[in-house]
Design a protein around this ligand. Sequence first.
Ligand SMILES: Nc1ncnc2c1ncn2[C@@H]1O[C@H](COP(=O)(O)OP(=O)(O)OP(=O)(O)O)[C@@H](O)[C@H]1O
Ligand SMILES: [Mg+2]
Length: 264
Amino acid sequence: MSDYLVQFNNISKFFGKVIALKNVTMKLRKGEIMCLLGDNGAGKSTLIKTLAGVHKPDEGEIIVDGQKITFDSPKDALDIGIATVYQDLALVSLMSVTRNFFMGREPMKGPPFFKTFDIEKANKIAAERMGQIGIDVRDPSQAVGTMSGGERQCLAISRAIYFGAKVLILDEPTSALGVHQASVVLKYIVKAASQGLAVILITHNVHHAYPVGNSFTVLNRGKSLGTYEKKDISREKLLSMMAGGEELDKLEVELKEMNRLSAQ
Ligand SMILES: Nc1ncnc2c1ncn2[C@@H]1O[C@H](COP(=O)(O)OP(=O)(O)OP(=O)(O)O)[C@@H](O)[C@H]1O
Ligand SMILES: [Mg+2]
């Protein structure tokens, strides 16, 4: 059997006349962080939504653990251990940390037919799990809205791991975060992968992707420009492959020229 946990073979997805994806091929190993890079509208979210059970691909196949899969709903994907953390996180700000951690999968206690939510156990698990990643939740009944953006990302990731995810898809987890919080989240992602999880990390930010990624796939207008192992590609090359890379290079030259002129 192949050593890839997830394989996308020639995936295409059309929305009416819009070709969101065309013949995209991508592979992912267990314990690996694969960064999916591309400019706005490149097709990143559409691609991961085909793995998360939100969209059915119009062409191509997805193979997970050696089996060809088709999903009728996101729940089907979740059931086989493919968890997605979307940018808006699907956390409910006014609900407690604990409630957000379990979201309908709360531990129960009591006799059959008379079961009630085991709040003590739930609070303990939520606080313990958050503590393991260095987030001190003094009061698990506090509203999630009181947590920082980075802490909320960590909660969503921690929840996916607790419920047995084997593939974790993260759509722009660091885009709204400052440098410090982004590094906390990235460190946690590396830790999760080192425990055997396969991670697809979507980002615009090569500087966030490069230090943590094992491999990189670049999408450009719905087409893949290839998947590269880290040893085979530099950060600069990745930057220039993403649409806008050339523009940024040009900008740098222009700014240098401006500085040179103003120094005269
Ligand atoms: N449900 C939809 N209906 C019609 N067109 C869609 C739909 N979803 C995505 N598209 C189109 O498919 C293309 C790819 O969109 P997608 O959201 O996958 O890009 P992206 O790489 O995730 O961009 P961003 O970085 O802005 O999140 C875009 O042209 C978008 O307008
Ligand atoms: Mg997107």
